[in-house]
Ligand binder design. Structure first.
Ligand code: MG
Ligand code: ZN
Length: 375
């Protein structure tokens, strides 16, 4: 798509150069015709209360306050009023409403092409980062096509040949120690996929190679258990990878996977520490986009989780019963599962204004496509 607009501009420049009144040809630099890089940050299970927790439990203003455009996304799947993360992520990755459990599959259980796959075919660089296993529903929906999210061993096989150039997360157990005795970590070499299972060691990036970091057997550790700055560091490492091939636009998905798990566990401390960590990654993405000037950053969630709220404490007052103390906060959960509430969408960068309003989750895919069609 952008090649045609590039040609159109070339044509324009050469036409205007023929005009006698024009003293100097219009200057266009490459970045003006290059499509914007896309960074999609997904806070799994991140509703408005989850986001709000960062206002009260963080040490500084949340990075998400830096976004100029806000919208709301309606999250129901094709099969249920309340979505799961597989249908929720497939809505973003392929623009299709599908049934709960589906990974890169439409409602009729046939594979649907994903944005990541389409862009890779147009010579974009692609990356996926998650604090779950890299084969978990959210990241998997961008590169795999299976009927059920629990098919993580099959999803791992599909990652070997998927056009994902950079990834980081957990999930070693789906690559080695498999029931079928295949060792995908070894097989990966044949696909020029270099997987590091020790740490986020920087490398000398080779344009023909793909790079993976698998740093936990299953999901990455919780923040409460010492995960540290993995999510932000991996995000910055992805930028260093992409910058190495500066003329290629990139698509990067970064997931704060465990905001959701804190919700399922009805554990406010778990939830807020994951939320604050995700906000750090949001900050790194915005810092990059501000410097780059041609990067679209979108933050959203697949659904809310836990029916979470920040509510007031009830205080006993002697001889008077009790009263609500509106200056004290307590975590409250109304469910151990997801909820049907709308979730926020934040956007910054070229085309960001399109994300204002209230729309279906699938519209996020359509809006990205529409922005790219203009380039
Ligand atoms: Mg997820
Ligand atoms: Zn969940």
């Amino acid at each position: 798509m952008w090649i045609s607009s590039f040609l159109a501009i070339l044509l324009q420049v050469s036409l205007s150069a023929q005009e006698p009144t024009q003293t100097s040809p219009t200057k266009r630099n490459y970045s003006e015709v290059k499509p914007p890089n896309i960074i999609l940050l997904i806070g799994d299970g991140m509703g408005l209360s989850q986001m709000s927790s960062a206002l009260f439990y963080g040490e500084q203003s949340p990075n998400y306050e830096r976004f100029p455009v806000v919208g709301l996304s309606k999250t129901s799947s094709s099969s249920h009023k309340i979505t799961d993360s597989a249908a929720g992520a497939t809505a973003f990755s392929a623009g299709t409403k599908t049934y709960n459990g589906a990974i890169g599959m439409g409602a009729d259980s046939t594979a649907v092409p994903t944005l990541l796959e389409d862009l890779a075919q147009q010579n974009w660089r692609t990356g996926l980062i998650a604090t779950s296993s890299i084969t978990h529903a959210t990241p998997a929906s961008f590169y795999a096509h299976v009927k059920l999210r629990k098919q993580e061993f099959e999803i791992a096989e599909q990652l070997l040949t998927a056009p994902v150039h950079f990834f980081a997360g957990g999930g070693i157990r789906y690559f080695s120690n498999r029931l079928d005795e295949r060792n995908l970590l070894q097989e990966a070499e044949a696909y020029r996929l270099r997987i590091d299972t020790n740490a986020l060691h920087p490398r000398k990036w080779n344009s023909k190679d793909r790079y993976g970091y698998l740093l936990a057997k299953g999901g990455m550790p919780r923040m409460l258990d010492g995960r540290g700055d993995f999510l932000t560091a991996a995000t910055q490492m992805a930028f260093s990878y992409f910058d190495n091939f500066g003329q290629d636009p990139f698509f990067l998905m970064v997931e704060g996977s465990q905001v959701d798990w804190g919700g399922h566990a009805n554990d406010g401390e778990y939830l807020t520490t994951e939320m604050l960590d995700f906000d750090q990654a949001i900050g790194a993405a915005l810092d990059y986009a501000e410097k780059d000037g041609n990067t679209l950053v979108i933050v959203t969630a697949d659904h809310e989780c836990g029916g979470f709220a920040l509510v007031s404490e009830e205080i006993d007052v002697p001889f008077q019963g009790s009263r609500r103390d509106y200056d004290s906060l307590r975590f409250s959960f109304t469910s151990g599962g997801h909820s049907a509430t709308m979730v926020p969408v934040l956007a910054y960068g070229p085309g960001a204004e399109k994300f204002s309003g209230i729309y279906e989750n699938t519209a996020i895919y359509a809006k990205i496509k529409a922005i790219l069609a203009e380039h």
